[in-house]
Structure formats: C-alpha cells, structure tokens
Design a protein around this ligand. Structure first.
Ligand code: HEC
Length: 370
C-alpha cells in the first residue's frame, strides 16, 4: 500500500518527542545501555564492521524502517529483535534455528535477498558466526531495557516505549531539515498564501504538512483557528466577522496545499480530510453567533483515491439536522480506515467487559467513497 495520510499537524508533536527523548536518554536506560555496550564492545564492533554492511548492501532496500517488508527492519537493533511478521528472525546462539540465516543460507523459502543473487558464501558464514556468538548489535542501547522487559513481562508498556524511541530517533535526526522552509521558492510560498498576513500562519503549516508528507510521515494533523473567541471557529458571537476571518485564514493555504500535492504526484497516495468536531446551529441562543450543532455538518475529502465532485447527503431546509443519506461519524472513520487499507471490523478487541475498536463497534464504509 502506498503512503496514505490524513493530514495532521506534526510540528508540535515533533517538539514534544524531542523533549521527552532528551530527558529519557539521559536517564537510567542510558546507563544500563552503556554498561551492556561496554561488556560487549568487541562483538558490537564485529556487528558494525562486518554484519551491518551486509544488511546495508543486500537487505535494507526492502527491510528498512520506512518500507519494512514483511514487517522486518534490518536497520536497528530493536527492529532485528522484534523481527518480522512471523516473529523474531534471529535466535541468539543458534543459526540453524534463525529464520534470517535459514533464508539467506537457502534452507527455507522464499530465499533472501528476495530478488537478488544468493549471498557469497563468505557473507553467509559471517552471518552464521554473528548469530552463533549471540547476535549482538552495535545499537544495543535498548539491551538493558529489553532485559528489564523480559524480567518484568507485566510491563507491556516498555516494549511500546522502546518502539517509540526507535521511531523518535529518525524523527529527531530528520526534523531540522524538514521544518526548514528556507529552500522553498517564492512561488511556492505565494501558492500557500504566505505573502498574505491574513493566512501566512496557516499557509506555513500547510507547507510544512506537504514537506512531511513528502518525507513519508504517515499522519499529519493541521489545526485552523486557535483558542476560544475571535481566533477560533467557535463563533458563539459575531459569526459574520469571525467566520470571514477564519475562512480567509485557511482558504488560500488549503487550496495551495491541494494544488502542490497534486503537482508533485502526492495527492493520489495522500488522503486529505477536512473536518470539524461540530456544526453550528442555524440559530443562536443569545447574541449574533451560532451555537453547537451535533446533528448535521459537512466535511470534505480529497485525494487518496476518493472520487471527486460528489456531494453525499444533505441537511434539512434549516441546516439543522442531517436529513438526506445521513452518516454518523463512525462511518467517516470506517471509510478513512478503509482508504488506508484497513478493515475496521478486524480491529475489534475485548477489553473491560465489552468489545472496542477505533470505530466503537459501529459504522459502515460510505459506499460512494469506497
Ligand atoms: C527485494 C526486497 C527484499 C530484499 C532485498 C530482502 N528481502 Fe527479506 N523479505 C522480503 C519480502 C517481500 C519478504 C516476505 C516474503 C514472504 O515471506 O512471503 C521478506 C521476508 C524476510 C524474512 C522473514 C520475515 C518475517 O518474519 O516475515 C527474513 C528473515 C528476511 N526477509 C531476511 C532478509 C535478509 C537477511 C535480506 C538480506 C540478505 C533480505 N531479507 C533481503 C523482501 C526482501
């Protein structure tokens, strides 16, 4: 499946990850890792100079963090230990029982590298030696953590934390380049409305979103409008002035983003979802605004294989309640997941006495968008 992303703002998230990362790496995990690394320095050097180059030359085109074919990344120690779709691929100390070795030594099909020539005997022998010696990796920073995880199986959160840091590392190392907008041309800035004070701010976010999508970030979320009052869409008062300003702030940037994604061939693989958490009433309880209406509101979708130009459903003549072909929010979520290649009904699990899933055990894919 190609990259399919709903657009979410990531700049804030990235900053938060960086801060958390700095703190935690300075903590006890680091000390444990340093100890492990010292005691295994020789084997780690062997991994770095002998084994990693084999993975880099022969395997990482498919088994990297981004592609992860068969769920397997051969780029990081944690990736190797987690293994692929069928579990760990290395059994430390036993090459014959290690799927990684069996695949390259042509003992188990499909042989690896999948589309290439068999590895030279010398490289197969190196892999064997590495596994027999304990399959130590140079980035065994996580070694202490994993040992702790094995001793404390109830702490399932640790594994997910380790995975978060593995993800955070490439984010940290690539973020400075991604958020640097200085190399964008004036024409591109203008396309996003960055030359117009009314929409400069949101334009910058939209341009950042495109850069993130280009880099393969899977989910990007953008927020239009700020806190309560004049800067948000929550116009309980002065609807006309408020929404005029809000619309002016997002209109050009959003158009620019869609055009830019399309021009760069990214719109087919990127699902853009423009939505709100609430509609507005056609009436107001008091002043010149409009109050919350959960009964009917519109969203739009673009790209990601959605058939354009369709209008699905309608509110009643007052704009109060969805009246024609209404779809609860679960349908939207089911549809987004479907577009990402996921069947939402397959994500159901039992917890705390009832079934749960991302669509809260309801929802149907909207057929016109399937
Ligand atoms: C051209 C892409 C490609 C290259 C290069 C490649 N692989 Fe794979 N690998 C795959 C695919 C696709 C699968 C899933 C195949 C299947 O099981 O049907 C896979 C599966 C695996 C698995 C099983 C993982 C699991 O649990 O599902 C291992 C182990 C593996 N590869 C190791 C390697 C090693 C080691 C190399 C380098 C020597 C390598 N691969 C090179 C594409 C590749």
């Amino acid at each position: 499946m190609a990259r399919q992303s709903s657009l979410r703002k990531i700049s804030k998230t990235v900053t938060q990850v960086l801060i958390a990362l700095g703190l935690l790496w300075g903590g006890s995990g680091m000390k444990a890792a340093v100890r492990a690394a010292q005691s295994k320095a020789g084997e780690a050097a062997f991994f770095k100079t002998q084994i990693l180059p084999v993975f880099a030359a022969r395997c990482q085109s498919c088994h990297n963090q981004a592609l992860k074919l068969s769920g397997l990344s051969l780029e990081s120690a944690a990736g190797m230990k987690t293994g692929g779709l069928h579990g760990p691929v290395v059994m430390a100390g036993n090459a014959q029982q290690s799927r990684l070795y069996r695949r390259v030594a042509r003992m188990e099909k499909p042989f690896m590298p999948l589309d290439g020539e068999a590895l030279p005997e010398a490289e197969v022998a190196l892999l064997k030696r590495w596994i027999e010696q304990g399959a130590v990796c140079h980035r065994d920073r996580t070694h202490g953590n994993e040992h702790h995880a094995q001793q404390n199986p109830a702490e399932a959160e640790l594994a997910s934390r380790i995975a978060s840091y593995e993800l955070a590392f490439p984010m940290q190392s690539q973020a400075p380049e991604v958020v640097d907008l200085s190399k964008e041309t004036d024409a591109t800035r203008k396309l996003y409305g960055m030359d117009d004070p009314a929409c400069e701010h949101f334009g910058r976010n939209c341009l950042l979103a495109r850069r993130l999508v280009e880099k393969g970030v899977r989910f990007v979320q953008l927020f239009g409008g700020g806190n309560a009052g004049e800067d948000s869409w929550d116009a309980h008062g002065e609807l006309e002035r408020n929404h005029r300003n809000r619309a002016a702030a997002v209109d050009k940037p959003m158009r620019g983003l869609l055009k830019d994604l399309k021009a760069r061939g990214l719109l087919d693989s990127t699902l853009v979802v423009w939505h709100t958490e609430f509609g507005r009433m056609p009436i107001s309880q008091s002043v010149s605004g409009r109050d919350h209406s959960p009964y009917g509101f519109s969203i739009w979708l673009a790209g990601g294989g959605i058939k354009g130009g369709q209008v699905i459903g309608a509110t009643d003549e007052f704009g109060y309640r969805a009246a024609v072909d209404p779809h609860p929010i679960n349908d939207l979520h089911a549809t987004v997941l479907h577009k990402l290649g996921l069947d939402h009904t397959q994500l159901t699990y039992f917890h705390n006495g009832r079934m749960h899933r991302l669509t809260d055990v309801a929802g149907e894919v909207i057929p016109q968008l399937a």
